[in-house]
Design a protein around this ligand. Sequence first.
Ligand code: HEM
Length: 378
Amino acid sequence: SAVYPFYGRHQAGIVTPAQDRLHFAAFDVSAGTTRAQLIELLQEWTVASAAMTAGQEIGEYGAISGPYDAPPEDSGEAQGLPTAGLTITFGFGPSLFETADGVDRFGLARRRPADLTPLPHFPGDDLDVGKSDGDLCIQACSNDPQVAVHAIRNLSRIAFGRAALRWSQLGFGRTSSTSTSQATPRNLFGFKDGTANIKAEEPDVVTDQVWVSASDGPAWLAGGSYLVARRIRMTIETWDRSILSEQEAVFGRTKGAGAPLSGGTEFSEPDFALAGRADQPLIGAAAHVRLAHPAQNNGTKLLRRGYNFVDGNDELGRLKAGLFFISFQRSPAQFTSVQLNLARHDALNEYIRHVGSALFAVPAGTLDGGYVGAPLFA
Ligand code: HEM
């Protein structure tokens, strides 16, 4: 089972081959927490994350070796489980730097990246504020759901008194591949998802589209990225009543192989000009892959790393299903460009609803002995 080091130049969990399971959590720093206490929290989170991603229990004594008269330092449910590729990725929300009403709680307002402002309102947005935004985020991915949950649970415990969970999301199946070594998985509409994604094996594209460069500024974020999270409900009952040709037209790809409707196989480049009957292009004007393609977005690409979710059901017996969309990009403007295009014209909009949204600056990787985000506080 894979083990990914916590320390490194970039944070793990971005170009790392997408694991199958997700536990994502957004936190708000608790009232009264000082800058020094925030730094301490990040230091403790770093040490615990390095331990858990290496397959070790947290704390000095772990789950069962501590004193009988104290609560165990590690909650214990990951005992005996391999890390299954656990990665833990941290991000800082706009409100950490300055609250919506302009309060600079931690002396960070001057260091806020110019690009780190809340995302604009997009047409059709139906956002639940309680399931959006946050001062801090942690993305835990693993091929074992219990390992991912153990990570978030223990990091939340460590935060006690200093930061509290604002919202969280479990994901049970990856909806993208981030490496050519992976097979393309499927989303809950039954389509292959991740075909045209940025892959780790394209280092030039990753450098150009994913990592913030020193010249982008601010200096503390160089080697980092921006994480966009969108909780997207999928009305699968409506989708399941739509005919196969409509389903394929919505995406512009076949449901079986995932090939573009203009022909070829899964990884063939779509030909958006190729006419079908009556001079209609085979990939229509409102097809998702046409609107999301770099050709329609000034060459912009995103590194998508989302997950399927089903959060129980509603009182009418419909599954609360969807896609927890995550993308990493060098600038939030990349996401905004694509999402504006989609929000206005995408045929998929008949079957989806964006219900949660968040943006975080993801600092570069941590050096051994340092702590996550240290350059921000230097
Ligand atoms: C492509 C599904 C939301 C950006 C695709 C593909 C599918 C898909 C099946 C084609 C295969 C592939 O290349 O991965 C979905 C579903 C969504 C959703 C079910 C919502 C529930 C979004 C959002 C964005 C986005 C919100 C960004 C704002 C992209 C991009 C591509 C893509 C950039 C690649 C286009 C290309 O270069 O050909 N999506 N998607 N998608 N999607 Fe989505």
